[in-house]
Each structure stands twice: as C-alpha cells, then as structure tokens.
Design a binder for this molecule. Sequence first.
Ligand SMILES: [Ca+2]
Length: 138
Amino acid sequence: MRHLRVRSHFKSGRLGVRIMCPVSIPCSGGHLAEIQDAATNKFLQDKSRLGHANDNDYNYFIDLTDEAALDEWEWVQSATKPNFTNWGDNQPDHQGNDEHCVFLYAKDHYRWHDVDCDDHDLFICEEEEMNAGGNIIG
Ligand SMILES: [Ca+2]
C-alpha cells in the first residue's frame, strides 16, 4: 500500500537552480522521490510521459546517489540501498567519472540513468504534506 500513499504526494517542477546533491535538495518541505517498487516506478514513468507527450527533452531527477562512494547507490532521504532499480542498458556508466545523480531519462523510456548532478532538469518531489508550488502529478 505504500506506493498508493506515495502516489498522492508526488509533484514535479522546473529546476531553476543548479542541482547539488545530496545536500541541497530542490524540494522544499520534502525530498526527491524514492522509488521503492515497480508499481511506483511505472506510475512515475507514465506521468512523466504524459506530461511531455510532444517533447522528450525533459528528464526527472530522483533521490538516488553514489556521491559518498562510487557505485554504492543509496537513497539520500532514507539512507538505504535500493531494493528495486530500473537502470537503462549499460547504466550506471559513470561517464566522465562525474555522474553521481540519477534521473528518469526520457529518451530511454524513462529508465534510470546516472548523470552529472549539475545538470539542469526537472525533478520529482515526494512530500509528507502538500505544499504550494509545482504541479501535482499524482
Ligand atoms: Ca550515465
């Protein structure tokens, strides 16, 4: 049932500042989305796809990082290792040795890709309570 609760508390927004993870999270009153199971993942992929049906240039950061130790992927908020992942083919690939954040990559069916944390892109927030701002997507 957890994913049902989570579903009603996701929103997305345009990132106006540099993403610095894991310490400076762009979600006020919440944190980047932690995806614990396939159902939540599919829900967010579907929402991301619907939100940009005519434009696949928008990707969505989630809360996963290996900034502390290379290839030791961990959810920032809960400080736990992922039980579920949805990496794209040959991901994570640490391109340029500078990819320690993860987003849902539009051009790969919103599967997970490790990317530079400084990339500007959209993000998905998970909140305990609804706050003003952003577009509620689920
Ligand atoms: Ca990559």
